[in-house]
Each structure stands twice: as structure tokens, then as C-alpha cells.
Design a binder for this molecule. Structure first.
Ligand code: IPE
Ligand code: IPE
Ligand code: MG
Length: 243
């Protein structure tokens, strides 16, 4: 097997975003309930966080639950929420010990009160950390995020707090959930699906997209290294010609 020499490259991508897909198919292939796939998926999160720290990636954003995932059977939604609760209770201390800053994007309002408290607690506890910024998207959907930004901007304009002619792209971005975060350099989606499923539509405008067949519970450090290696081979032109 070819060994990847990522150290020959000067700079890793600053921000990697991942659509963690394929838990259900992983479980189905083994004759297991979908919950088993989600549980193994949570283990893969540990692996990818550690790997990002080792590779010197500064921002990792993970799509954990979309605003459309409420359409799943209530029992699966309950399982996913229970798993989130378990993850937050179990992992935050260790993440904090590893200097990881944990943030959340998405609409928290419909989440259970104890999950909201765990989220707030995690953000407060780790807010001053200077290592990896781990952002977890829960009840996140780009349409809702962009619409919310538009409403807040309209409000600010009507109150005289913002002038319409000073509304630039930079100012608009400050109204998104991802304010103060650079856009992803690299988006990875596992499980072979090639769509964005309402994830970071504004922010991914110039990201490099990598779709891999690996199902999320099988995702390893090696998969991350392969994606980063492919990313290094891409020519990011941002619309310019490269002479
Ligand atoms: C991703 O795996 C996890 C969530 C969306 C919460 P899926 O549950 O979507 O797995 P597949 O796509 O059915 O295999
Ligand atoms: C996207 O996966 C959401 C997450 C990974 C959290 P889905 O499995 O929900 O996406 P679709 O339904 O295949 O587009
Ligand atoms: Mg899926």
C-alpha cells in the first residue's frame, strides 16, 4: 500500500467539513439495527477529531443532524438524540483536555432542555481553547440559516442599526451561524452520495468537494489522509485563470 507523505506539503487545509453519511447502510449490511450504525458513527467522530489534531487542521465541521432529519421515524430521532446526549456527556472533558474548542451551529430551539444545557456547557467550558475548533451541526439547514440571516438583517436595517448600502458579503457572513469561521477548504461526504443535503450552501461556494464510497462508521485516519492528499492535487482558481 502506498504510504502518503503529507509532511511534504507545507500547509494542511485550514477547515475541513464532513457530511457523515452511511450509518444506516453500514448497519443494514451487517443485519444490525440502524442504531448500531449510529453508535459506530459516533466512534468514527473520535477518530476524525484526533486525526485532524494530528494533521494540524484548525477547523473541523461535522454534519450530525440536519433540519430534515426530523422526517425520520420518531424512534430513530430519539436514538440520535440519546446518542448526542451520551456523546456530549462522555466526550467534552476529554476534548477540553485536548485543547479543542467545541461549537454548535443550527437551530437549538426544538432540542430537549438538557441537550441545550449540555451544548451551552460545552461551548462555555471549551470557549477559550486554542487548538482545533470542532463545530457540530445539529438541526442545521442552510436554507433556514440564510433565511434567518435575512430576517435579522431586515430587522437591523429597519431599526437603523445597519445601512443597506453597507451590506457587503463580509457583513452578510456575520449574520450566518458560521460568523468568525473561515469557509471550508475541503468538504468530504461519505457513503457515495453526491449532494450537499442543505449543508453550508453559502460557505461551500469555493470549497473542494470530495465524495467517497466509504460508509461513515468505517471512516479512518487513512481516509482523511487520502482526502487531504487529493485536495493538495486540486488547483483552486477561484474564477481566475492560472496563466
Ligand atoms: C448519517 O447516516 C447519519 C445521519 C444522517 C444522522 P444515515 O442514517 O443517513 O445512513 P444512511 O444514509 O441511511 O446509510
Ligand atoms: C445528511 O445526510 C445529513 C447528515 C449527515 C447529518 P442524510 O442521509 O440525511 O441526507 P439525504 O437524505 O440522503 O440527502
Ligand atoms: Mg444518509
Amino acid at each position: 500500500m502506498q504510504v502518503l507523505d503529507l509532511e511534504q506539503f507545507a500547509k494542511p487545509p485550514t477547515h475541513v467539513a464532513i457530511i457523515m453519511d452511511g450509518n444506516g447502510r453500514w448497519a443494514k449490511a451487517r443485519g444490525l439495527p440502524r442504531l448500531a450504525g449510529h453508535q459506530r458513527g459516533a466512534e468514527a467522530v473520535r477518530v476524525v477529531v484526533e486525526s485532524c489534531c494530528e494533521l494540524g487542521i484548525s477547523y473541523l465541521t461535522l454534519y450530525a443532524f440536519s433540519s430534515e432529519n426530523w422526517k425520520r421515524p420518531p424512534s430513530e430521532v430519539d436514538d440520535l438524540m440519546a446518542l448526542l446526549r451520551h456523546y456530549l456527556r462522555r466526550e467534552i472533558s476529554e476534548l477540553h483536555g485536548n485543547n479543542v474548542r467545541v461549537c454548535f451551529i443550527g437551530d437549538r430551539s426544538p432540542l430537549a432542555d438538557d441537550i441545550k444545557s449540555l451544548i451551552d456547557g460545552a461551548e462555555t467550558k471549551t470557549g477559550a481553547n486554542t487548538g482545533l475548533t470542532l463545530t457540530i451541526a445539529i438541526n442545521y439547514g442552510s436554507h433556514n440559516e440564510i433565511l434567518g440571516a435575512c430576517k435579522n438583517i431586515a430587522q437591523a436595517v429597519s431599526e437603523g442599526a445597519l445601512r443597506l448600502d453597507s451590506l457587503t458579503e463580509d457583513v452578510f457572513e456575520r449574520f450566518l451561524d458560521t460568523a468568525n469561521m473561515p469557509p471550508p477548504d475541503l468538504l468530504i461526504r461519505t457513503s457515495g452520495e453526491q449532494r450537499l443535503s442543505n449543508f453550508l450552501l453559502w460557505q461551500l461556494a469555493y470549497s473542494e468537494l470530495i465524495f467517497m464510497d466509504t460508509l461513515w462508521p468505517d471512516f479512518s485516519k487513512r481516509n482523511l489522509e487520502e482526502a487531504v492528499s487529493e485536495y493538495y492535487g486540486r488547483d483552486r482558481r477561484y474564477g481566475a485563470s492560472n496563466g
